[in-house]
Write a protein that binds this ligand. Structure first.
Ligand code: FES
Ligand SMILES: [Fe+2]
Length: 442
């Protein structure tokens, strides 16, 4: 549990809050590049960390992210016109460029120099991997963009998407950092019929068999190890053949996780606060996926009638077809006879459990067990970092620096070889990674 005070520190993100100040030290997703598909297209409302902003792509293709309310008398620039390399307010025609400079003030006398003294608040942006990132902290503490591989990712391999979660960002993220729940929330009875394909042995399993292992041992042991970017943790499960199956998840401060996959992955999930009560859940491909040994096989959920595919829109936003209002389309008969929840969508199952806690759960009411170790560590890390920043100006964790390679952060899933240390899996030193990257001969 957390004290009421710590819960406030952890969850509140507006300007001037402890966590809000911490989050503003990182380059943060503001929106998808697909939301601004062309120059001079319509602007987009962006609410981020409790601030109302508007994004637009100007005539030259540059993206601007500025305050939504016009500096003149406050009309919403969302209703403005994007033209002539700027965003023009619908009320009196004042126009602002991507840096927030007022470049036209047609309602004042032509000789007036007033426009040179008016600016809109503007945040720097950087497009990478299909996301428009921004930095909202003090200009003098801005650090380089964290490149997890998107800077060199071929554009046709880039894939970013997002889905709305109607709850606090930490609550949403806690699901990503909780390996235990895959043995429960996402389970369905057909897993018991998965044929043994012989991959219950060191160096494997297949994707399908991993589902069977999650179901076989439903109380994994968790081991957490702190790293320079946050932590890595292992969920250890016994397999039917008596092997040790491990799922490794990374937490990268402040809101990124890489969830285990076979044999390894760098695909990210980011829980970005819209405000205290709502979250954009981003999914991001950072590097070309590699699956060298091809023993992962097709993900099991591609073939099951109980887990439907995502509902993508053209702008990369996954629609919310499962909501509190329709009770996430729970089917009690399916719940009784076929799946653990009766909710027919993998993501919706996660949204159901995290949203129904309420917008900000009162964590003084919870009872944490040993399976919550990773969640506990994330909370402590963030609360400590926010307090240290405020009280001692301590540099936040995971901003990088000399010798820090964000591209080397990967999650992994595997049955361990006898005596094998899980800490090696997914790292640059892992033979599976080296083979996939073509480094073996070096
Ligand atoms: S309120 Fe925007 S130009 Fe007047
Ligand atoms: Fe989940």
């Amino acid at each position: 549990m957390l004290s009421a005070e710590d819960n406030e520190v952890l969850t509140r993100v507006g300007p001037g809050t402890l966590m809000g100040d911490l989050l503003r030290r990182y380059w943060t997703p503001a929106l998808l590049s697909l939301e601004l598909p062309e120059p001079d297209g319509p602007p987009v409302r962006v609410r981020l960390l409790g601030e109302n902003l508007v994004a637009f792509r100007d005539t030259a293709g540059r993206v601007g992210l500025i305050q939504e309310n016009c500096p003149h008398r406050g009309a919403s620039l969302y209703f403005g016109r994007v033209e002539d390399c700027g965003l023009r307010c619908p009320y009196h025609g004042w126009q602002f460029d991507v840096d927030g400079r007022c470049i036209d003030m047609p309602s004042e006398p032509p000789a007036s120099t007033f426009k040179d003294r008016v600016t809109a608040k503007a945040y720097p942006v950087h497009e990478s991997g299909g996301i428009v990132w921004t930095y909202m902290g003090p200009p003098d503490t801005m650090t380089p963009f964290r490149d997890f591989g998107t800077e060199t990712l071929p554009p046709d391999k880039a894939q970013a998407r997002k889905q709305l979660a109607e709850c606090n960002w930490v609550q949403s993220m806690e699901g990503n950092l909780d390996t235990t729940h895959i043995s429960w929330l996402h389970q369905f009875d057909a897993v018991a019929d998965i044929p043994d394909d012989g991959s219950d042995k060191p160096g494997y399993p297949s994707n399908a068999m991993s589902w069977a292992f999650w179901r076989h041992d439903r109380a994994p042991r968790l081991e957490v190890e702190d790293t320079w970017y946050g932590y890595r943790y292992a969920g250890l499960r016994a397999t039917p053949a008596g092997n040790v199956h491990v799922r490794i998840t990374d937490f990268i401060a402040p809101y990124t996780s890489i969830v285990a996959a076979i044999p390894f992955t760098s695909r990210q999930a980011l829980c970005v606060p819209i405000d205290d009560h709502r979250t954009w859940r981003y999914g991001l491909v950072t590097q070309e996926p590699r699956n060298p040994r091809d023993h992962g096989g097709a993900p099991l959920f591609a073939n099951t009638p109980y887990i439907t595919r995502l509902n993508q829109t053209d702008s990369g936003i996954t629609r919310r077809d499962y909501t509190p209002e329709n009770e996430y389309r729970i089917d009690r008969e399916v719940q009784r006879t076929a799946t653990f929840t009766g909710i027919p969508d993998f993501n919706a199952q996660d949204l159901m459990v995290t949203e129904t806690m309420g917008p900000i759960y009162d964590r003084s009411q919870e009872h944490l067990g040993t399976s919550d170790r990773a969640v506990i560590r994330m909370r402590r890390l963030l609360i400590t970092a926010a307090r240290e920043l405020r009280e001692h100006s301590t540099s936040p964790p995971g901003l990088g620096g000399p010798g820090r390679d964000f591209r080397a952060i990967r999650a992994a899933e595997k049955i361990l070889e006898p005596g094998e240390d899980w800490r090696l899996l997914g790292t640059d030193a892992d033979p599976t990674v080296r083979e996939a990257m073509g480094w073996t001969a070096r």
